[in-house]
Design a protein around this ligand. Sequence first.
Ligand code: ATP
Ligand code: MG
Length: 850
Amino acid sequence: MPSAPIFIKNDPTLMFTNAGMNQFKDIILGNATPKCRRQADSQKCLRVSGKHNDLEEVGHDTYHHTMFEMLGNWSFGDYFKKEAISWAWEYIVDVLKIDPKDLYATVFEGSPEEGLSRDDEAASIWEQFLPKDHIINGNKHDNFWEMGDTGPCGPCSEIHVDSRSEEEKAKVPGRELVNKDHPQVIEIWNLVFMQYNRKADGSLEGLPAKVIDTGMGFERLVRTLQGKTSNYDTDVFQPLIKVLGDLSGCKYGEDEKKDIAMRVVVDHLRAIAFAIADGQLPSNAKAGYVIRRILRRAVRYGYTFLGQKEAFIYKLVPTLVDEMGEAFPEIVAQQKLVMKVMQEEESSFLRTLENGIKLLQGVIDETKAAGKSEIAGDKAFTLFDTFGFPLDLTELICREQGLAVDEKGFDVCMQEQKNRARNAAEVKLGDWVVLSEAESEFVGYDNTEYPAHIVKYREVQQKKRTAYEVILDKTPFYGEMGGEVGDSGVLVSENEEIKVLDTKKENGLSIHIVDKLPEQPEAEFMACVDVERRRAIEANHTCTHLLDEALREVLGTHVEQKGSLVTADGLRFDFSHFEKVTPEQLREVEHIVNAKIREDIPLKEYRDYPIEKAKELGAIALFGEKYGDKVRVVQFGTSVEFCGGCHAQSTGRLGMVRLTSESSIAAGVRRIEAITGKAVEETLDKMQDFMSDLRGLLNNAPDLMATIQKAIAENKELQAQVDEFKAQKAQQLKQVLIEKAREVNGVKVISGVLPMEAQHVKDIAFQLRGQFPERLLVVIGSEAAGKPALTVSLSDDLVAEGKNAGQYVREAGKLIQGGGGGQPHFATAGGKNPEGLKSAVDKIVELAIG
Ligand code: ATP
Ligand code: MG
């Protein structure tokens, strides 16, 4: 099997693939039948959230990664313990030639309270290969594997390798270090024997088809084979470390802190690059936020310990592509986008870091001013939570300035936040009540109504609300998947009607969310989809395909889908493109799609089609999507895509498309929103109503455009006239002022309060200065649109005597609740209180010559 994408779309309990078994979960749960009962693969895994979270270890130790490859082999009801153990042995000892004397195996010691005895079966198989003192009992924590609170589980057997020097081995036997977090005695392979099913009440029952699930860390295996004591010393990481060293001028192996930072950077680089390549962009919610945090962790280590003040991690991508591109072509295909997104994210976080440092400096100053020696824990937490400013960095900066951080207070805040998150996310699943063993089949491509029986149902509690989940043997209801929302509708029997609020797809099962449980669950129901809603969804899905094709035609073939949402109300389509789509291009795209709609191209559908033949058809596949050997292909003329969604019977059903917005959602990713059919009709109605209203306002003018243009021109002309009148008025007022001028202490004082704009007052003041160049003081208060202003001007001789207009307006400005300033010969002030104008004018006269 090829590796599944690194992030998971149809399992509410998981964001990222964290083990090889994830992609087989539907088989293990019995929701799907395996194509082969034996499988093997190398799976990209990410352990950065939830049950498996190694993030904080990464970099500090030498054998945990965020992203790593897990090699695995599976048996679904085929071989079991005997084969799994002896083949594992054969592979690592006979094929890979690892020295058996360095190997240890653990077996489950049993659990009396669960009524489980020691896994003697596994132990006796190991005894064929290993001496007894290399077989170690392990507890439930290490040696009993569970998928979750409920579901398949069973004992497991781990293989550990002791890679210490002979000297050390002689001192302390390896068996004493197994599962003790010793960096040189590490687990490389875990063989899981699933033989039980855990029920909601905690009890165990036998699993009908037993499963073997094994996982071996590729990087740890390579390190063993290459005789290294750190995963980072292998050729998986060395090329990246070398480039990073050249780039940062730091040499690996000289300074522990720098080494940790270098390990963090080269490790996180892989996680981020693969996540983006598989379609998960950094964002501020859910999986996208986890990716963002990983990137920020790497940036911060680079910033603090490697002196990187500008984006740099993205520069390692070409080396990563050289190293891993052959095995994982997605990283080659997505290189440009990966680099662009990383560079942008890095730069923007570096800006945040700088702001955070400023903020922290404020906190430090306050703390010092208060005479304290410790930064409050909640302050440190705010920095962490809203600025992504980690505690150790806060501590480092504080230490440089002689302060400590209240770590306990920080931990309390952290714990509170975790509790809040946990309570919000807590879901209680009841056991399935199974009515029949029938397999569930989706019949909704061809039907919107179908007779059905309930296969099983259960109660689900989340945030104190209760809902019910129902599985049908045949269902026309589409479960939310691939961006298309789920169907809603009703289940009707002879006696009752049950509302289907939503349908989702989980681990291969279509789950109907219903408002109540049927009184007679065994009855036959008519499963009826809300047809009008479904038709609208279909139209929007078909439109998404046409849009995708048109965008490639207009913008280029680099356009690739990066996200999609198809609802009854419209569609959203995210795609890679590196600049804004121009209005002309949008128009062109719209025209192409509308032309295809008018062509009324019929839907051509290929179900259960061999994937190779689908590729021959030129069908477009999505990056980060997991496809089986048989796929569904949806074709409308030249648009051919891999797709499991619901579509219009022909493009004519879309009626018409209208693009409603175009925007950027991340570096290199644009978003287009669009509507079809009835929604377009409604929009056009609204536009038309708007136009008629507008026309009504303008007395039903026949030529609206000309009428508006005329109004604008008239308005301009009137404005010019008004300006002219104002200027004339100003001249008149000036004349009045001159007539009222008085002599005080040998100075000509022209003052008064005028109803006009400050701009005109300024003109008057300058004219007066020209007219009376000697011993002149002009003080004018003015008011326009309720805003008071003061204007003061002095002749040069008065300025030479030391008088200063700027100083007077500043002083008198207070009387109009304002302030201002200017030069000694001319100054102005604005304010809020026109009432004070008169006294402000008097005040200035008094200040100047009083
Ligand atoms: P450990 O105790 O070392 O964290 P684990 O018990 O979490 O290992 P499993 O869940 O059994 O490991 O995963 C199977 C194999 O995957 C391990 O034997 C190991 O080789 C590898 N592995 C697990 N976690 C990581 C990781 N974070 N980085 C690299 N390899 C890992
Ligand atoms: Mg682990």
